[in-house]
Write a protein that binds this ligand. Structure first.
Ligand SMILES: [Mg+2]
Length: 340
């Protein structure tokens, strides 16, 4: 059974609205809408280090982009694997950061987290948490003002996206909570500089990409760049490396989760979810450092396209095949499986 896990940025799209050539065609082919090209449906999903909105919202937008109907099992955003990870935090207070407006709270609620608080809630509680930050009128409309955060023991911090993330406010608050006494704002536990004490509340980051391609001529910083800055500040303050758990490509947890989603989708389209996925779904992608490294490590076929971050030459991680664009990649993989 052939299967595909498509990267989005640099493969199917550039930036917010530019659809790359061939993207609509291949998704329609795999969806079984062009029987003259391919007589069967082939399971596929979209797997991106992007995020910052609920999966339902993103799927709706993607359906508009590509003119294809997707099922809920066909999208893995950087934070989607948290659905299976966050159950232990269901009834505990957590800080969720990133995404436009209060998107982080919507995402957290959609994963079943009942006490999800935002950076803006902390500014509303006490402006001097970071007095460089001023709430906008829109933020005033959604912040929680009924909480005394000096009594809230945060149990974890989730950074779900870098859009809408004020790096300075986030750096200040995350560093404070990692050094706090029991996850309480306004506290600082005793610790020896340069000696990790293992008492930090968990910090979970969901997108390791340092740069990503947009419709601007030079790639832009992603959440990986935010982490680099946070790490440097944390190290300067504590003498220790930033403790964190990373989701998103190239990390294996994300591929494992994507494989389980492909199997659920295979069942949706009438296949047997226990069928071997040829051992190796194909992963058309543009970023050698995240996509190709991750697919190779997980034993998938890695297809490096020339339409995104990769600018030619010897890639940092060697893919199974380099192709000009997503359509060439899909046709190459379908031929390899004997399907066209
Ligand atoms: Mg990409």
């Amino acid at each position: 059974m052939a299967a595909f896990a498509f990267d989005i940025d640099g493969v199917l799209k550039h930036g917010k609205s530019h659809i790359l050539p061939g993207a609509n065609r291949v998704l329609n082919v795999l969806s079984g809408r062009t029987p003259e090209v391919l007589a069967q449906k082939v399971p596929f999903l979209l797997m991106t280090n992007g995020g910052g909105q609920t999966e339902d919202e993103r799927l709706k937008a993607l359906e508009g982009d590509f003119g294809v109907q997707f099922s809920k099992n066909q999208l893995v955003q950087s934070h989607t694997p948290l659905q299976d990870y966050v159950s232990e935090y269901r009834d505990k207070p957590v800080l969720v950061c990133g995404g436009e407006g209060d998107a982080a709270r919507s995402v957290a609620h959609s994963y079943g987290l009942k006490q999800a608080y935002l950076l803006q809630d902390l500014v509303a509680w006490r402006g001097n948490v970071w007095d460089r930050y001023h709430l906008t009128a829109a933020e005033e409309s959604f912040v929680r003002r009924d909480i005394d955060f000096s009594n809230i023991p945060f149990s974890a911090i989730f950074v779900i996206h870098d859009a809408g993330l004020d790096w300075a406010l986030a750096t200040q608050v995350i560093t404070e909570l990692l050094n706090s006494d029991g996850g309480r704002m306004g506290t600082q536990r005793q610790r020896k500089k340069g000696v990790p004490d293992g008492k930090e509340i968990p910090l979970i980051l969901t997108n390791p990409d340092f740069i990503w391609p947009t419709d601007y001529p030079v790639p832009r910083f992603g959440m990986g760049a935010f982490r680099t800055g946070l790490d440097a500040v944390y190290k300067e303050l504590t003498g220790c490396d930033l403790p964190y758990t990373q989701f998103g490509k190239p990390h294996t947890t994300t591929y494992k989760f994507a494989e389980s989603m492909l199997r659920r989708h295979l069942a949706d389209i009438g296949g047997n979810p226990a069928d071997p996925l040829s051992g190796e779904p194909a992963d058309p992608a543009d970023n050698p450092a995240s996509d190709i490294a991750g697919a190779n490590a997980y034993g998938w076929v890695s297809l490096l396209v020339r339409t995104g971050v990769y600018a030619g030459g010897e890639p940092a991680h060697r893919p199974t095949q380099i192709v000009d664009n997503v359509e060439d990649g899909v046709m190459w993989a379908l031929k390899r499986e004997g399907l066209v």
